[in-house]
Design a protein around this ligand. Structure first.
Ligand SMILES: C[S@@+](CC[C@H](N)C(=O)[O-])C[C@H]1O[C@@H](n2cnc3c(N)ncnc32)[C@H](O)[C@@H]1O
Ligand SMILES: [Zn+2]
Length: 292
C-alpha cells in the first residue's frame, strides 16, 4: 500500500465522484480514496485506484494481451496514430485542461497527448488491472482508475475537456455528460483495410465489421457531430516478434490456437495500418433530449 497517493491523482480529487453514492470529492488517506459517507477505494501498490468494486466487468484485456500491447507499442509502430490523436486533442485543447482516456490500455495514447500539451493532466479508465498498472506509470501527469465504460462514469458533469477513445468500447451518453460544453471527443477505430494481410494469414482473427462505421455514426449522432477527421494509412513491416505481439494484443488472441499466433510470427511481412481518427464536437443538447 503506498504511503501517499500518486501526485498525478491530486487534480482529480475534486472531479471524481464516489461510484457508490455519487458524493463529490474523494479524499485520500491510508492507501485509499474515501467519500464523506465512508465508501473506500484502494489505491493499488502499482498506483491506480480501484474504483470498480462489486460485479466484475465482462470485458477487459488479460495480462498476456497487455504484455503484447506494451511490447508492440514500445516499438513505435503506431507512433503515426499516436501523433494524429495528439494533434486532434491539441486542436481542441491548446492549454491547460483535463484529458480522460476511456479504455486507456497501457496509457500509450494518453501519454502522447500529455507530451503534446505540457499543462494538461490525464486520467485513464480501464477494467484491466494489468493495463492500469502500466497506465499509472505512463506519464507524470497521468492518473489511472479502474472503471467499466458501460457504467455511469465516476466523474462530475463537464469534468473533461477531451475524452479519448482509442480502439476501445464506447458510452456516448457518458462521454457527453463528462465533457464540458466546448469539449471534444476523439475516437480512433480501424478501417476495413486495417491489418487485412494479417487477418488473411491468421485463422480466427476477428474481422472488422463493415457496418461498424455506420453503427458508430448512429450511436454518436444524438450526442456529437464530427469536427475533424484524420485518416492514417501506412505500410508497416513486421518482424516475427511484432507480428506475434500484434496478434496477441487483439481480442482474437483469446480465440486463437497459440500455434496460429506463432505461425503469424513465422510469417512476417508488411501489413497495412489503416485507422480513422475523428474529433467530435459535443452537441449542446442531445437529439434524444429534444426528441429530434
Ligand atoms: C483494444 S484495447 C485499446 C487500449 C488502448 N486504448 C490502446 O489503443 O492502446 C481495448 C481496451 O479497452 C479495455 N476495455 C475492455 N472492455 C472495457 C470496459 N467495459 N470498460 C473499460 N475498459 C474496457 C481493455 O482492457 C483494453 O485495455
Ligand atoms: Zn460514497
Amino acid at each position: 500500500m503506498p504511503a501517499s497517493h500518486p501526485p498525478a491523482l491530486e487534480p482529480f480529487l475534486t472531479l471524481l465522484r464516489c461510484p457508490a453514492c455519487r458524493a463529490p470529492r474523494l479524499r485520500p488517506g491510508r492507501g485509499a480514496l474515501r467519500c464523506p459517507a465512508g465508501h473506500a477505494f484502494d489505491i493499488a501498490r502499482h498506483g491506480y485506484v480501484g474504483l470498480l468494486t462489486g460485479t466484475p466487468a465482462t470485458s477487459g484485456d488479460d495480462a498476456a494481451m497487455v504484455r503484447s500491447r506494451d511490447r508492440f507499442l514500445s516499438t513505435g509502430a503506431y507512433e503515426p496514430v499516436r501523433r494524429a490523436v495528439a494533434r486532434l486533442a491539441a486542436a481542441a485543447l491548446p492549454g491547460r485542461g483535463t484529458v480522460v482516456d476511456v479504455g486507456c490500455g497501457t496509457g500509450y495514447y494518453l501519454a502522447g497527448v500529455l507530451d503534446r500539451l505540457p499543462s494538461a493532466r490525464g486520467l485513464g479508465l480501464d477494467t484491466s488491472a494489468r493495463a492500469l498498472r502500466a497506465a499509472a506509470r505512463a506519464h507524470d501527469r497521468a492518473a489511472a482508475v479502474s472503471w467499466d465504460v458501460f457504467r455511469p462514469f465516476p466523474l462530475a458533469d463537464g469534468a473533461a475537456d477531451v475524452v479519448l477513445d482509442v480502439f476501445a468500447p464506447r458510452n456516448p451518453s457518458e462521454f457527453h455528460r463528462v465533457l464540458r460544453p466546448s469539449g471534444r471527443l476523439v475516437v480512433v477505430r480501424p478501417t476495413d483495410r486495417h491489418l487485412a494481410e494479417l487477418r488473411g494469414r491468421v485463422p480466427g482473427m476477428i474481422t472488422v465489421d463493415p457496418a461498424k462505421e455506420r453503427r458508430l455514426r448512429r450511436a454518436l449522432a444524438p450526442f456529437f457531430e464530427p469536427a475533424a477527421t484524420e485518416e492514417v494509412d501506412y505500410p508497416l513491416p513486421l518482424g516475427p516478434t511484432e507480428a506475434t505481439d500484434l496478434v496477441g494484443m487483439t481480442p482474437s488472441a483469446r480465440h486463437l490456437d497459440p500455434a496460429d499466433a506463432a505461425g503469424a510470427g513465422l510469417l512476417p511481412g508488411t501489413v497495412t495500418v489503416s485507422v480513422r481518427a475523428t474529433a467530435y464536437r459535443r452537441r449542446a443538447r442531445t437529439a434524444e433530449g429534444t426528441g429530434c
